[in-house]
Design a protein around this ligand. Sequence first.
Ligand code: ZN
Ligand code: ZN
Length: 313
Amino acid sequence: MRISIKTLVTSPITKVFVLGTLLSFQSHFTRAHDLHLVEGASSSKPSNAVQRSNSNANDALASATYLANEGIMVESGGVKILFDPFFHNDYGSYQLVPEKILSAIKQNEAPYHDIDIVFISHAHGDHFAAQDMLDYLVTFDSVSLVAPQQAIDEMAKLANFEKAKLSLSARIRAISLAYRDAPISFNIDNVNIDAVRIPHAGWPGRADVSNIVYRVTLPLAEASSTYIHMGDADPNDSHFRPLAEFWQQQKTDLAFPPYWFFLSHEGNYVLDYRINTQRSVGVHVPIKIPQTLLNSGKAYFSTPGEVLKVSPP
Ligand SMILES: [Zn+2]
Ligand SMILES: [Zn+2]
């Protein structure tokens, strides 16, 4: 599977950075910013004319668009999902979703339109905003939500939840998993979802936080593409090792680990050997990029609007 990165800019010409054959060298990824530039290879102008699901061209496209922090939009085979899109706390270090992108999501404007499913990793302020999430679900009644029960509980306290409850109940999948529980698997339309609780970074501190790692398989032409979103997972193999069989059951094309996985031997081991992913692109990168991350030479998202394009083989 070939992957390229493009950066969305306001001019009609978009810079396209192509990873090319780098993909075959799994442990030697180049940072997004070092990637080879291909001149004028694509237009950033979103096309409203593209019909989802019944366009052959669309069915063969897959991409991941960075929103900020751990916010990502993944599109594959005409299906679109969001991870951790709504939050307002930067804790003085992290990126917030730029107003332009946030309002495009909320106004259902391209390229952030027609979202099928929103996934929430955990109910921390740099990943989740209950009111925004509830308002989004109320406004767009074809959107489903997959979130830990802790996040749903926060939404349930809001004034407009009760009124919308009936319309929401069929579209909300609350995840109630304890540490060491077996992963659960389910489908929403033609999306396969595996969810498992992996402790929040800082373990055994913050053990009460329900941090959910999602493995999501989306259609892609005749086949599929698979992604892992890890939330703020703790980079310790003792959480991942007992699930060895689970990771082996499904190969993942692209994982989004918090960048701290790249900074320890064990975190890198989890990514390179445990979770069965072809590649990993770091998220949760502070605005001031840590020198240790720069030195690691690993790939990471740091510019909202960046698009990592996953093409068919
Ligand atoms: Zn957190
Ligand atoms: Zn966080």
